[in-house]
Design a protein around this ligand. Structure first.
Ligand SMILES: [Fe+2]
Length: 614
């Protein structure tokens, strides 16, 4: 083990930045103390700039300053990335010129001189280490997991060269065994369809997955025949003639348009059956590739457990398929599976690999603290803010508050729930959530259109008491981060009337499918967040109160934001979102606010940026 810092504690700061979703993570003696995404502070979704606010928040949580850091780790290797850009340019020249011209100088300026820039931004002179992109993902998947040994599978768009990797984690060792290399990338293939279906790349992938059940897989054969040559082990070659990311700044080429019968859907225009069928088709292909890679991971490692990370691991439908396939007994998925999680990955990698520290796994628990790694606000800070904006509020004892909120929810009102430390990663897990009654057949449309201002088709997820999980869903494993999809139990599903069964596409949306319709997707599935008291006592107790009142031990849980805005971070963000939408009640810690008695909301110019729609 290497010597510790002056304080006797080794402090490591992990950073991911300059690609998308910048983030920071603080590790003290191997313990994950804090982690946050920059977007939450700057209110710019997917903010890729240097994560100064996230770093400040992490250091504040640890009660330390930059001078106390023993190591800073960066989540990928800029030189390798630059090499890939350059080689792609040379191989594709002169067609690659525009890509290089626009991508090149930016990469040189912001990335090649990363070390100097990082030091300058941080004001840091100590040890600075760079990990490889997929090593950072693999480390974020394995080290915090509850497994002593496991297979590791990472899949994303692209890092330096690798676009997917398989590894073995054992004790404190992570060894990569297999990789798929640029330009063949599952993440980019999915993103190409995301773009073509008319959603934003890097954030609209989740919408494609949600849209898929409305469509038919009629393009699957075409995709296999023309776009990719898929091998048994899950590796594949993409036919680059159909893609634009090597030679230009587009995801897809003219040939792609011709193959699928026309240009990409323009954003914000009506979704047609074609887009739904495309979404279903690429989802089917994505799941098949994920399954094949998982089989390869199993064959190469012989392990019973699997850890997942990388942006594709946010495809919770695919994760559910891997679980049901039964290759692995247990699956653990890093909640910040995308590049933000790389900040955590490189920090734990420095601790174990560079510093040579062992790894003790003593229980079934992972070391993510439920994913609640962001900042929190004291009751005094919350009340100060409420006074500043002249809000009307009432403070409750926790038990009384939970009972009152359960009653509010049971009367079909919508509640913004802000409590404790903010989540790290893209899913809200009961710290910054909008909550509603899952029994309500009108809730999905109401939440989408009046509160989140987003597309009506998008599904909502349940937060369910862990011990009640299998009463509602065909699943009985931990799913603490809303990253597994499972079917709703058969006996809860409602048969469709003959005329309803004949409906197509979006028309199927408003037909209740179970006794918990607000969390039942059109294919009778649900994205599961299983809640334990240990992970989040206040949220767990609230669901228990709702169960005592209604007999149902689950709630609708969606992230506390509107479309195009990052999840709220501070009481100020939460109050603003509450006042701008039709959320009926807001809970901030132990304070309860009723919308109907709030003073009139006046929009301030400085707040407008939070409401851009993508
Ligand atoms: Fe990545």
């Amino acid at each position: 083990m290497r010597p510790r810092g002056d304080s006797g504690v080794t402090s490591i700061l992990g950073i991911s930045a300059f690609y998308h979703d910048s983030a920071a993570c603080l590790l003290r003696d191997g313990e994950i103390v804090a982690a946050s995404q920059e977007e939450r502070f700057t209110r710019q979704k997917g903010d890729a700039s240097f994560p100064r606010h996230a770093i400040d928040a992490c250091l504040r949580s640890g009660g330390i300053g930059v001078r106390d850091l023993d190591f800073v780790g960066f989540y990928d290797k800029p030189i390798l990335k630059f090499e890939r850009i350059l080689e792609t340019y040379l191989a594709e020249a002169p067609r690659g010129f525009s890509s290089f011209r626009y991508g090149g100088p930016l990469w040189i300026r912001d990335k090649l001189y990363m070390e100097r820039q990082l030091r300058r931004e941080l004001g840091y002179k100590g040890k600075l280490l760079f990990a490889e992109h997929h090593e950072s993902h693999a480390a974020s998947a394995f080290y915090p997991s509850p497994f002593e040994e496991a297979a590791i599978l990472t899949m994303d768009g692209v890092g330096e060269w690798a676009t997917a990797a398989i590894g073995l984690g054992r004790g404190a060792e992570v060894t990569l065994l297999w990789e798929l290399r640029w330009p063949d990338s599952l993440g980019l293939l999915y993103s190409a369809f995301t773009h073509y279906i008319g959603f934003k790349v890097n954030s609209g992938e989740y919408k494609v997955m949600g849209l898929a059940p409305y469509g038919e897989p009629r393009y699957v054969d075409l995709i296999y025949r023309e776009l990719l040559d898929l091998r048994e082990d899950g590796s594949f070659r993409l036919n680059q003639a159909y893609f634009g990311y090597l030679t230009g700044l587009t995801m897809t080429s003219r040939r792609f348009d011709d193959l699928f019968g026309g240009p990409a859907r323009a954003p914000e225009t009506n979704l047609t059956q074609r887009e739904m069928d495309l979404a279903r088709s690429i989802q089917v292909v994505c799941e098949e590739i994920m399954l094949r890679m998982a089989r390869t991971a199993h064959r190469l490692t012989g392990q019973r457990n699997l850890c997942l990370a990388g942006g594709v691991a946010l495809n919770c439908v695919g994760n559910g398929r891997i679980l049901r396939e039964g290759l692995f007994e247990k699956i653990w998925i890093q909640p910040a599976a995308g590049d933000a999680g790389g900040a955590l990955g490189v920090a734990v990698l420095v601790w174990h690999r560079y510093c040579g520290n062992g790894r003790a796994v003593g229980s079934e628990k992972d070391s993510m603290k439920g994913g609640y790694l962001g900042p929190q606000y004291t009751e005094t800070e919350i009340e100060d803010h409420l006074r500043r904006v002249d809000a009307r509020y009432r403070r409750f004892e926790r038990r009384d508050l939970n009972r009152r909120v359960a009653e509010i929810l049971a009367s079909e009102k919508v509640v913004g729930w802000f409590d404790g430390r903010m989540e790290f990663g893209p899913r809200a897990l009961g710290a910054r959530s909008i909550l509603a009654d899952p029994r309500s057949p009108r809730m999905q449309a109401q939440l989408n259109l009046k509160i989140k201002f987003r597309e009506g088709f998008r599904p909502f997820a349940p937060s369910v008491l862990r011990e009640r999980l299998s009463d509602y869903f065909e699943l009985d494993v931990d799913s603490p981060y809303m990253l597994l999809v499972a079917p709703v139990r058969k006996e809860r599903c409602l048969p469709l009337a003959a005329e309803e069964a004949g409906l197509w596409g979006i028309d199927r949306l408003n037909v209740p499918r179970s006794d918990v319709p607000a969390v039942t997707h059109v294919d009778y599935s649900a994205r599961i967040h299983a809640v334990t008291r240990e992970a989040n006592p206040n949220f767990y107790d609230l669901i228990r109160e709702f169960e005592a009142l209604t007999g149902y031990g689950l709630l609708v849980n969606t992230s506390f934001n509107v479309r195009g805005e990052p999840i709220v971070c501070s009481p100020e963000d939460a109050y603003r979102c509450f006042m701008r939408t039709q959320i009926d009640y807001l809970v901030l810690g132990t304070f309860l606010l009723d919308k109907s008695v709030q003073p009139e909301w006046k929009e301030r110019d400085s707040w407008r940026h939070g409401l851009q729609l993508d």
